[in-house]
Ligand binder design. Sequence first.
Ligand code: SF4
Ligand code: SF4
Length: 63
Amino acid sequence: MRPYVDEEKCIACGTCAEVCPAEPVVFEVGDKSKVVHPEACTECEACVDNCPVQAIELKEPDE
Ligand code: SF4
Ligand code: SF4
C-alpha cells in the first residue's frame, strides 16, 4: 500500500513528513503535502495516525 493525501483537507502542517520513518521520506510538504516517494512506504501508518485532519489514507495503488 501507499499513502494518498486529500488535498482539500490538508492544512500543510508538516507532521506527516516529520513522523514518516521511511528513507527517503515519502512526503514533501509545501502548500500541501505531496507523496513524492510512494515506493519507500513501509505501511507503518504513523502518517495516518498523526495527521490532525485525517487527510491521509493508505490504499493499494490501483484502487
Ligand atoms: S505509512 Fe509510515 S512509511 Fe508509509 S508514508 Fe506513512 S509514515 Fe511513511
Ligand atoms: S499531517 Fe495531514 S494536514 Fe499535516 S501536512 Fe500531512 S497531510 Fe497535511
